[in-house]
Design a protein around this ligand. Structure first.
Ligand SMILES: NC(=O)c1ccc[n+]([C@@H]2O[C@H](COP(=O)([O-])OP(=O)(O)OC[C@H]3O[C@@H](n4cnc5c(N)ncnc54)[C@H](OP(=O)(O)O)[C@@H]3O)[C@@H](O)[C@H]2O)c1
Length: 287
């Protein structure tokens, strides 16, 4: 498994398995499938309400904890120094671990300065090995990165062949921040799984569209966390180390970039309202 060295020296697997929208009940099963397939990095979040499932799978898998890499994210309702600190301890309990490898602020809303201060404290206390952000764009990213002592190790953004985040990549480089792609398969949007350019390139190497799309991102130095609930896809999405894309392939794939995200615009007030009310709508009963 290839790793990426973060700005604080921590080594992070370049490929991980994401568990958004996997029910708390199913999560243990799918994380176990992913670990059996060879994934060692798991991306969850407080707002996925399935951290316990990840914790069950990792505590039963028999793989030494230091060989695993767990990412979780602080949700908006836990924003602010005190609440965030409490939520980090809750995440540790649910994940059945005494440290989180990477902790991110999930969304750029609420008192995220307070949240980041709590994360810095947890980092210094050894509860967290690296801290970073998710969905912070442009000036908002710069504001926080400039003002906080611990520079974000990772920024997680919607990134795939159709939204390559070229300008954000160059901006975050100034802070040594590493891009981590959410929805690296664009959740199939824009016809990713049938796209002709991906297909033609894949045909040369016996690879499918998903494998070419993921390989492109790793060749660009981006961390990926594809998700699937199909065992054969969990396996095939990891099976991208045995071929190389040529410079011409990479150029053709770069031309697929639309220059903007397809799923979420974090400058859209409606998106902000949706996320600020997300918990009320999506929190499962009793969680
Ligand atoms: N920070 C954030 O705000 C944020 C937002 C979204 C996501 N994320 C993280 O990023 C992870 C991945 O993103 P995502 O789940 O949105 O989308 P994704 O990984 O781009 O795509 C997942 C979808 O593609 C299908 N799929 C996967 N592999 C396939 C293959 N080889 N061939 C055909 N279809 C395939 C899956 O269906 P099947 O299950 O049927 O295979 C699923 O519907 C999430 O799980 C989460 O951890 C973070």
């Amino acid at each position: 498994m290839k790793t990426i060295r973060l700005n604080n020296g921590v080594e992070m697997p370049q490929t991980g398995y994401g568990v958004w929208q996997i029910t708390p009940e199913a999560c243990e099963h799918f994380v176990t499938e992913a670990l059996n397939a060879g994934y060692r990095s798991i991306d969850t979040a407080q707002a996925y309400y399935n951290e316990e499932g990840v914790g069950e799978a990792v505590s039963k898998c028999g793989i030494p904890r230091q060989e695993l890499f767990l990412t979780t994210k602080v949700w908006i309702t836990n924003a602010g120094e005190e609440k965030a600190a409490h939520s980090i301890d809750e995440s540790l309990r649910k994940l059945k671990t005494d440290y989180i490898d990477l902790l991110l602020i999930h969304q750029p809303f609420g008192d995220y300065y307070g949240t980041y201060r709590a994360m810095e404290k947890a980092y210094k206390a050894g509860k967290v090995r690296a801290i970073g952000l998710s969905n912070f764009y442009d000036a908002r990213f710069v504001d926080l990165a400039e003002n906080m002592e611990v520079k974000p190790a990772v920024l997680q953004l919607e990134t795939h062949v159709f939204s390559q985040q070229v300008s954000m990549r160059s901006l975050i480089k100034e802070y040594g921040t590493q891009l981590m792609a959410w929805s690296p398969l664009a959740r199939g949007m824009n016809g990713l799984f049938t796209d002709g350019t991906l297909k033609a390139i894949g045909a040369k190497y016996g690879k499918d569209n998903a494998q070419v799309a993921l390989k492109f991102l790793t060749e660009e130095g981006i961390i990926i966390i594809p998700q699937s609930t199909k065992k054969e896809r969990i396996i095939s999405n990891l099976n991208i180390d045995d071929f190389t894309l040529t410079a011409a392939d990479m150029e053709a794939l770069r031309r697929l970039d639309t220059g903007h995200p397809l799923a979420a615009d974090f400058n859209d007030p409606q998106m902000a309202k949706f996320l600020l009310n997300y918990d009320r709508q999506f929190r499962p009963a009793g969680k």
